[in-house]
Design a protein around this ligand. Structure first.
Ligand code: B12
Length: 315
C-alpha cells in the first residue's frame, strides 16, 4: 500500500492526480481525504476537480459510517471516465508487475510500527489503516500499542538505535495521529471537566494526549500542554470549579520534577480545598514517598491503574 502513491506529481493537474491515484488503487475504496492527506490537495480543489470530471456521475460516492465517524468514500464502478482513462493509458508498454512489499503488521510488532512511522511516505492514513486492521479498543490502542511503542522508542533512543531526530519524528506523528482520532470522536453527554497538566518543567506531554483521547468522549477536556505557572493555573481553575465537577490530572514522566509537582498539588489544595480532585500519574511517580502523596486523591503509577481509572470514570 505504501507504494500506491503517484511519484513526481509536480507537473500534474488536480484532475490528473485524482485519476492516476484511482488507477493505481483500482479495486480499492479510496477515501476523498486521501487526495488531501497524500498530495496536499485542498478540499475545494478536490471538489472542483470531481465536478469537472463528473466523477459523481460515474463513480459511486457514498457516505460510509466508519468506527470513528462519517466520511465520504469513492468507489470505482464499470464504464466510466476513469475506465476510459485506463484504456488510453494501457496503450503504453506494460510496466513490470509490482511486488507488494508492504508487510502486514500486528499490534505487538513494535519494530514494524517504528519503521512505518519513520517511512518517507508516512501519513496518518497509513497508520490509521494499520491500526484499524488490529481492531483495538481505545484503551488497547493506548495501553497495548502507544505506551509500549513509546517505551521502546525511549530504550532505542538511549541505546543509540534511534537518533534524537527519529524519536522527535515518532513523537510528533503519534501526537498528530491521536489529534486526528480525537477530531473524529463522537461526544456523549459530559460528566464533568478534566484538566490535563504536566508537572511544572515537564516536557513529556504525550501522556496528556493519550489521556485526552481516552476521556474526551465523556468529559470536557482542557489540555494545558506545557509550561503553565501554578498561580496562573489556579486563577484559571477558580473560574471553572463552580460550574462543573473537576478532576486535575497531573502527569509526571521525568522524576526530576517530582518535588515541584508536590508543591503544586499542595498549593492547589490550600487554595481550593476539596473543590477539585487531583490525580497524578506517569512513570516519574515511582520516586514519590507515601508522605508526599498525602494531598493526592489518586495515584496512577501503572498501566493497570490507568485501565481501572478508565473503567471507573467511563463505565
Ligand atoms: C518522547 C520522549 C521525549 C520527548 C517528549 C515529546 C513529547 N511531545 O512529549 C522529548 C524529546 C521532549 C523528551 C525530552 C527529555 N527526555 Co524524554 N522520553 C521520551 C519517551 C521516548 C516517551 C515519553 C512518553 O510519552 N511516554 C509515555 C508513557 C510510556 O509514559 P508513562 O509515564 O508510563 O505514562 C503512562 C501512564 O502512567 C499514564 N499517565 C501518564 N501520566 C498520567 C497522569 C494521570 C493523571 C493519569 C491518570 C495517567 C497518566 O499514561 C501512560 C499510559 O499508561 C520516554 C521513554 C519512556 N520510557 O517513556 C523518554 C524518557 C522519559 N526521557 C528521558 C529523558 C532523560 C529526557 C530528557 C532529560 C533528555 C534531555 N537530556 O534533554 C528530556 C527532559 C525534558 C523535560 N524537561 O521534561 C528518560 C527519562 C529517564 C529518567 N527516568 O529520568 C526516558 C525514560 C528515556 C530513556 N530511556 O532514557 N523526551
Amino acid at each position: 500500500m505504501l507504494n500506491n502513491k503517484i511519484q513526481n506529481i509536480e507537473k500534474l493537474s488536480a484532475k490528473e492526480v485524482i485519476l492516476r491515484h484511482l488507477k493505481l488503487n483500482r479495486g480499492r475504496e479510496v477515501p476523498i481525504s486521501e487526495f488531501r492527506d497524500e498530495y496536499g490537495l485542498k478540499s475545494s480543489t478536490i471538489s472542483n476537480a470531481m465536478k469537472e470530471l463528473k466523477l459523481k456521475r460515474v463513480i459511486n460516492v457514498e457516505k460510509r459510517h466508519l468506527r470513528r465517524g462519517r466520511y465520504t468514500v469513492i468507489t470505482l464502478v464499470g464504464d466510466s471516465i476513469v475506465e476510459q482513462y485506463f484504456r488510453a493509458d494501457e496503450k503504453q508498454p506494460p510496466s513490470k508487475p509490482k511486488v507488494n512489499k508492504t508487510k502486514v503488521l500486528n499490534a505487538d510488532d513494535l519494530e514494524g510500527l517504528t519503521k512505518l512511522l519513520l517511512d518517507n511516505s508516512y501519513s496518518n492514513f497509513y497508520l490509521d489503516k494499520t491500526v484499524n486492521s488490529f481492531g483495538l479498543t481505545d484503551t488497547q490502542l493506548i495501553l497495548r500499542l502507544m505506551t509500549p511503542l513509546m517505551r521502546k522508542v525511549g530504550t532505542d533512543w538511549s541505546t543509540g538505535t534511534l537518533t534524537i531526530s527519529e524519536e522527535h519524528i515518532i513523537s510528533y506523528r503519534i501526537e498528530t495521529y491521536l489529534r486526528y482520532l480525537i477530531a473524529q470522536q463522537t461526544k456523549e453527554k459530559e460528566r464533568g471537566t478534566i484538566v490535563l497538566v504536566p508537572a511544572e518543567g515537564e516536557e513529556h506531554v504525550l501522556p496528556l494526549i493519550f489521556l485526552e483521547f481516552l476521556f474526551n468522549p465523556f468529559y470536557q477536556i482542557i489540555n494545558l500542554g506545557y509550561k503553565v505557572p501554578t498561580e496562573d493555573f489556579l486563577t484559571f481553575l477558580k473560574k471553572i470549579i463552580n460550574t462543573t465537577p473537576v478532576w486535575i490530572f497531573f502527569s509526571l514522566v521525568s522524576p526530576l520534577y517530582s518535588s515541584t509537582l508536590i508543591k503544586q498539588v499542595k498549593f492547589i489544595h490550600e487554595n481550593l480545598g476539596d473543590h477539585v480532585q487531583i490525580a497524578i500519574g506517569g512513570q516519574g511517580t515511582f520516586s514519590l514517598t507515601p508522605e508526599e502523596l498525602n494531598d493526592v486523591d489518586l495515584i496512577v503509577s501503572s498501566d493497570e491503574d490507568l485501565e481501572n481509572l478508565y473503567q471507573n470514570l467511563m463505565g
